[in-house]
Write a protein that binds this ligand. Structure first.
Ligand code: NAD
Length: 499
């Protein structure tokens, strides 16, 4: 029997009333395991009302008390780790060790949020004028919204709601309809940690829900992570409705391999970063830009057998290195790109189409694919495939490699493998990309730095989590005070100055 999922509003699981549902799959089995409700406009409005009420009292909670709840939450997340990662893997398909990594990354945001009293400390200047003092504080915005993608059902929501709530806002999460159970579990644990009802709400839904949230007058800010077309739409619609919006989009991340690179390290990097989580990561490396034919041939010698040996399987298989992709449609789309790559003249060195996993015949599996001789006019180069497909582009020199990266429409992450400090320094300075690595495969910033791309990988002015998160979820107020004792300044018609 399929499990009927709920919304989570005002500290309780609430059945959907719209009559609309979406099937939720176990992608490893290719079977429906649950049905998630799709919220109506009325349900969204009710949820916003609850969140708006909760925002008022939560904004009065001291930063110290908010931090105490974060400490409790951290302990509960540790205690319930196995339940969270199993729930996550069952609906997403990623292997358990990868799910654990995702939860750990999310918990690091909670750890950062435990320091919120310190992060929210303002600035004070004594005596900006005669007997006049000035200070700046950051105040919460009110009701904030998060709209999140399927590929990180735990970490990406935590980038948002943990920071927003620590800053004194209430929050409505609209998670991906593909894997909605993890956010419901995270919400339940937050209540157990002592979070007052209504401060964190989870509403399941599709475009109907997103559109209502984007136009609702009582929503102050919207964080979005997902594909670029939707990110752009959310940014434009949200800002047109006077909301603060950060919208993180898709990616096509390149890794440059210089002739002086350690090729064993580069091979390890490519295997993990291109094929981990079946390539369904916005920081996955999908293009290897190799400088020189000799380097390329040597790299392929090491890389190809490793791609052929990748262990594809269900999350229940402890040996599996990568699981299925999220849906049947995603599998068809990825295989369509592979067909197109062959048609356009790229050399398919390893073909992952048609892979079968024992006892999981209906699962949405795609095996690791490796292309050589990819050129910039091919769709396998231009488009985000979001699957286990790595393209090798051969270039003659570093300058051409850098130009490729800078000319691409996406600007999320990139990395270079080299032993040369000058080249590495030039790269970190001149790559037009938001997150840059040197001899590291996936340069995902830790929780106390901030995450965000450039170009069509991020719409808006703020990156996510870290101090950028604090700035996004608060607004600055500057106060100038003077106490009246012994002062008679008289009317002054000139603009005040420091003298
Ligand atoms: P998606 O854009 O299809 O969905 C993201 C969210 O938007 C979901 O909650 C979905 O319900 C909603 N949505 C989808 N279509 C909509 C529409 N037409 N109108 C309004 N809302 C809509 O993305 P996805 O397939 O769930 O996730 C994969 C994408 O997310 C990839 O492009 C990946 O690169 C990107 N991503 C980016 C980052 C980043 O930090 N830049 C991180 C993770 C994932």
């Amino acid at each position: 029997m399929t499990n009927k999922l709920s919304h989570y509003i005002n500290g309780e699981l609430v059945q959907g009333t719209s009559g609309r549902y979406v099937d939720v799959y176990n992608p490893a089995k290719g079977e429906v395991i649950a049905r998630a409700p799709l919220a109506s406009i009325e349900e969204i409005d009710r949820c916003v009302e609850v969140a708006a009420q909760a925002a008022e009292s939560w904004a009065e909670a001291t930063p110290g008390n908010r931090a105490k709840i974060m400490f409790n939450y951290l302990a509960l997340l540790k205690q319930h780790k196995d339940e969270v990662i199993k729930t996550l893997s069952r609906e997403h398909g990623k292997v358990l060790s990868d799910a654990e990594g995702e939860l750990t990354r999310g918990m690091e945001v909670v750890e950062f949020a435990c320091g919120i009293p310190s992060h929210l400390k303002g600035e004070f200047t004594e005596q900006v004028g005669s007997k006049i003092d000035s200070y700046s504080v950051r105040q919460p915005l009110g009701v904030c919204v998060g709209i999140t993608p399927f590929n990180f059902p735990c970490m990406v929501p935590m980038w948002m709601y943990v920071m927003a709530i620590a800053c004194g806002n209430s929050f409505i999460l609209k998670p991906s309809e593909r894997d909605p159970s993890t956010p419901l579990l995270l919400a339940k644990l937050f209540k157990q940690a002592g979070l007052p009802d209504g401060v964190f709400n989870v509403i399941n839904g599709d475009k109907v829900a997103v559109d209502r949230l984007l136009e609702h007058p009582d929503i102050a800010a919207v964080s979005f992570v997902g594909s670029t077309p939707v990110a752009e739409y959310v940014y434009r619609t949200g800002t047109a409705n006077n909301k603060r919006v950060q919208a993180l989009g898709g990616a096509k991340n390149h890794l440059i391999i210089m002739p002086d690179a350690d090729l064993d390290q580069a091979t390890d990097a490519l295997i993990g970063a291109a094929y981990g989580s079946a390539g369904e990561r916005c920081m996955a490396i999908s293009v290897a830009v190799v400088v020189g034919d000799e380097t390329t041939d040597k790299l392929i010698e090491k890389l190809k057998p490793r791609v052929q040996a990748l262990k594809i399987g269900s999350y229940t298989d402890a040996e599996a290195e990568l699981g299925p992709v999220i849906t049947k449609e995603a599998k068809q789309r990825i295989e369509g790109y592979i067909d197109a790559g062959v048609e356009h003249g790229a050399k398919l060195l390893v073909d992952g189409r048609g892979v079968k996993v024992a006892d999981h015949e209906k699962g949405f599996f795609v095996g690791g694919c490796l292309f050589d001789n990819v050129t910039t006019d091919m769709t396998i180069y231009t488009d985000e495939i979001f699957g286990p497909v790595l393209s090798i582009v051969r270039v003659g020199d570093y300058e051409t490699a850098l130009k490729l990266i800078n000319d691409h429409e996406y600007g999320n992450g990139t990395s270079i493998y080299t032993r040369d400090g000058d080249t590495a320094r030039h790269f970190t300075r001149y790559a037009k990309i938001g997150m840059v690595g040197v001899n590291v495969p996936i340069p995902v910033p830790v929780a106390y730095h901030s995450f965000g791309g450039w170009k069509r990988s991020l719409f808006g002015d703020y990156s996510i989590h870290g101090m950028e998160g604090v700035r996004f979820y608060t607004r600055l107020k500057t106060v100038t005070t003077r106490w009246p004792t012994g002062i008679r300044a008289g009317a002054d018609f000139n603009i005040p100055t420091m003298s």
